[in-house]
Design a protein around this ligand. Structure first.
Ligand code: ADP
Ligand code: ZN
Length: 523
């Protein structure tokens, strides 16, 4: 029976979807769900989650219901299925009442294989009644991490999805997500009543992606150097935090002879769509974008993804960099990161409307991201470890290729902390570094800071080196920036044992950027 199911699944994969073989866990998942089992599937973006429910939908009698919060993508998904002859439709708020009526009729009569619904729609009495009248083959819950209250994408309606188990106990359910650490995974299983479901966890490793994180000195210029030396003539994506920076960076690249286009949510819809279409169609093209860009983008030959600003979390970083090298050929994930990024991201959390508990979650996500930036060991190990996967050094990231030099930074950090203390924790980074370096300035004379014992105790280091040390001190939680008071630097409780010499601090040596040899994309 089960091998028969397997054979039929493979046949559908080949004849309907046109692929020769299943990838990774796909075959197992398809068989398990088609046979009526519940499943929780963790697979990175681009791993092929859709087929895990689309093929069982065709193997089982009735209509498959796919719950997805991504209304904007439903039309594309339905069109793609229609192209291969699968009868699919969606129910969401973008359609007219008449259209919805027509789809509902098809669901009731079973003249359709797959119907996509938004969670808020599914929860209506009308929709639940409809599904009770119809014959449902399975429920697929896409983006299942939306059930997690601690995640960025929390959707309250997702919590109510446990109703599916109560009202349709005989219908198999498959929950899928690309982002879930162990905690979120447990939360999904618990909240969706999938604790008995089989879990399929794929590796998150993308071995063809080389990770590089460099210290930001002049981000745009570093970006240009990176693109021209390592990826001349390649297509790529550059992520920036703000719309303004997107526009400026795209212009800068164009001025320097690179075919670059901007993309952000503030642009006129038609222009945005046109830029996206060009990016998908053309070669040798660079999209400069906010994170609004990328959802559902399937361009296999993106050779590099760059970040000019620090992402808020490792999940975000992984998802964005994951758009590189979908074709399996060598690709780069490159990021420039500096003191200003840490300050800005911390500030965004402080100033957000979120409650304290949620701010703590955001903060710990940022800390994990900073840990990846400051790590002295393999970036990939660190990244995979975050997703609960153990691995060894990869040999294909910057820290493996050019191991960072670390040093006992206790003394310089003590100098920094003392200086912050001596200026009464009332001054921002620039001034503190001036005092450390004994640089003359009007403000220093005005405040008589040249008479302090700490004045000039750090003259042996450049401003850039002190910025790197301060950045790490902030990342390590020894120093905070008080955004309410002119960005003045303040000491935390954690600074005390370091100042008293009870705790040592290991730092990453500031390194002048070194050029690495170009990666070729030939297999
Ligand atoms: P996800 O939802 O996990 O991000 P998708 O389901 O959108 O991934 O699949 C990503 C891409 O991989 C799509 O272009 C899809 O057609 C392709 N794909 C999925 N499974 C296979 C397979 N077994 N063989 C070849 N291509 C596949
Ligand atoms: Zn490595």
């Amino acid at each position: 029976m089960s091998t028969d199911l397997g054979a039929r699944a493979l046949h559908l994969l080949q004849t309907v979807f046109g692929y020769p073989a299943f990838r990774g866990h796909q075959a197992e998942i398809v068989e398990h769900v088609a046979a009526g089992g519940d499943a929780l599937v963790l697979m990175p973006t681009g791993g092929g989650k859709s087929l895990c429910y689309q093929i069982p939908a065709l193997l089982r009698d009735g209509v498959a219901v796919v719950v997805s919060p991504l209304i904007a993508l439903m039309q594309d998904q339905v069109d793609a299925l229609a192209e291969v002859g699968v009868r699919a439709a969606f129910l969401n708020s973008t359609q007219t009442f008449d259209e919805a009526l027509r789809i509902e009729r098809q669901v009731r009569t079973g003249d359709i294989d797959i119907v996509y619904v938004a969670p808020e729609r599914l929860m209506t009495q009308r929709c639940l009644d409809l599904f009770e009248d119809a014959r449902i083959s399975l429920f697929a819950i896409d983006e299942a991490h939306c059930v997690s209250q601690w995640g960025h994408d929390f959707r309250p309606e997702y919590i109510r999805l446990s109703i599916l188990h109560e009202r349709f106990p005989q219908v198999p359910r498959i929950a899928l997500t690309a982002t879930a650490d162990q905690l979120t995974r447990d939360e999904i299983a618990h909240r969706l009543q999938l604790t008995e479901a089989r879990q399929f966890v794929s590796s998150f490793d993308r071995p063809n992606i080389r990770y590089q994180i460099v210290e930001k000195t002049n981000g745009r210029k570093q970006l240009l150097d990176f693109v021209t030396t390592e990826h001349a003539g390649d297509s790529g994506i550059v992520y920036c935090l703000s719309r303004k920076k997107v526009e400026e960076t795209a212009e800068f690249l164009v001025e320097n002879g690179i075919k670059a286009l901007p993309y952000h949510a503030g642009m006129e819809h038609a222009q945005r769509a046109a830029n996206q279409a060009r990016f998908l169609r053309e070669d040798n093209i660079v999209m400069v974008a906010t994170i609004a860009f990328g959802m559902g983008i399937d361009k296999p030959d993106v050779r590099f993804v760059c970040h000019l600003d620090l992402p808020k979390s490792i999940e975000g970083y992984y998802q964005e960099t994951g758009r590189a090298g979908r074709d399996g050929l060598p690709a780069s994930a490159w990021m420039a990161y500096g003191l200003q990024d840490v300050v800005l991201q911390r500030r965004m959390i402080d100033e957000s409307e979120a409650d304290e508990a949620f701010k703590r979650v955001l903060s710990s996500k940022l800390d994990a991201m900073l840990g990846l930036c400051e790590t002295l060991s393999c970036r990939r190990m660190r990244l995979l470890d975050y997703f609960g996967e153990k691995s060894g050094p990869c040999g294909n990231c910057d820290t493996c290729l050019v191991p960072p030099v670390s040093f006992d930074g206790t003394v310089p950090v003590q100098k920094l902390l003392s200086t912050i203390y001596r200026v009464d924790q009332r001054f921002a980074a620039g001034h503190v570094i001036d005092v450390l370096r004994g640089a003359p300035s009007e403000r220093i004379s005005q405040w008589h800071h040249d008479t302090l014992s700490v004045y000039g105790i750090g003259s042996e280091r450049s401003e850039q080196e002190w910025r790197a040390i301060l950045r790490q001190a902030i990342a390590l939680g020894l120093v905070t920036v008080d955004h309410e008071n002119f960005s003045s630097l303040k000491l935390t409780e954690a600074a005390r044992p370091v100042l008293k010499g009870e705790k040592k601090v290991q730092l990453r040596q500031y390194q002048k950027p070194v050029k690495q040899k170009r990666q070729t994309a030939s297999p």
